[in-house]
Design a protein around this ligand. Structure first.
Ligand code: ADP
Ligand code: MG
Ligand code: MG
Length: 208
């Protein structure tokens, strides 16, 4: 996976977030403040613009630029969290021009660690961590089992999707939704849903 791959991933996320904007905002209307779709649409539109204006030289450079842009452009909790995830992932890739599936798994692992450090959420707290953590695990497992890149990205996307759906019966313990207490039960977490979308975009780019 080269620089072009990572830029295309960011473009794919931008398009997917645009298409799912109202859906993500509706999820956030149920247990938050109804801005998750608009937050991410604004953020990833800015990411696509930044990548076009300052074409990165490496995969890591693409992810660091995406992360910094999200931190700058998104006011909500998701901006710093996703921003940190992409920046940490990018820093882990360093200057390498070509990323293996194993290196991608290590990078996403570092991204997850950044989200946990910043937000303090554990799995089961009904946040984006509930989609990202199983995706990272599935990717690492697929690498360990020696599957193809396509199989690994498939497994990660499916795990994120399952993780997002599994937030529905949970009570939120972090973020705005936690203010609702038991009333947060019965709704999919918007950040977990957008994480599933980000991993689905990765699978799409990987399957081309
Ligand atoms: P805000 O809640 O500030 O309006 P968004 O609506 O853009 O921000 O994002 C909300 C999402 O952010 C939640 O659905 C959840 O997945 C994620 N989130 C919030 N707080 C945390 C946290 N402490 N750790 C991990 N994820 C979090
Ligand atoms: Mg919100
Ligand atoms: Mg908000």
């Amino acid at each position: 996976m080269d620089t072009r791959f990572f830029v295309t991933w960011m473009e794919e996320i931008t398009a997917a977030v645009r298409a799912a904007r109202d859906h993500l905002t509706r999820l956030d209307a149920a247990i938050g403040d109804a801005d998750h779709g608009t937050n991410l649409d604004r953020g990833f539109s800015a990411v696509a613009e930044a990548l076009a204006a300052r074409p990165p030289a490496t995969p890591g450079g693409a992810l660091v630029l995406a992360g910094s842009t999200l931190i700058r452009k998104v006011g909500g909790a998701s901006g710093p969290l996703y921003g940190t995830a992409f920046r940490e992932a990018g820093k882990t890739l360093g200057e390498t021009p070509e990323v293996s599936t194993a290196e991608l798994a290590a990078a996403l692992e570092a991204g997850l660690a950044g989200v946990r450090r910043l937000g303090g959420a554990e799995e089961g707290d009904k946040t984006m961590v509930d989609a990202l953590a199983p995706a990272v695990r599935a990717l690492a497992r697929a690498v360990h089992e020696g599957g193809t890149a396509g199989e690994a990205l498939d497994a990660a996307a499916a795990a994120a999707e399952d993780g997002a759906k599994a937030t529905i019966p949970l009570q939120a313990r972090k973020g705005r939704a936690s203010y609702l207490g038991p009333r947060s039960i019965g709704h999919e977490d918007p950040g977990a849903a957008s994480t599933a979308l980000i991993l689905d975009a990765l699978r799409t780019v990987g399957s081309r």
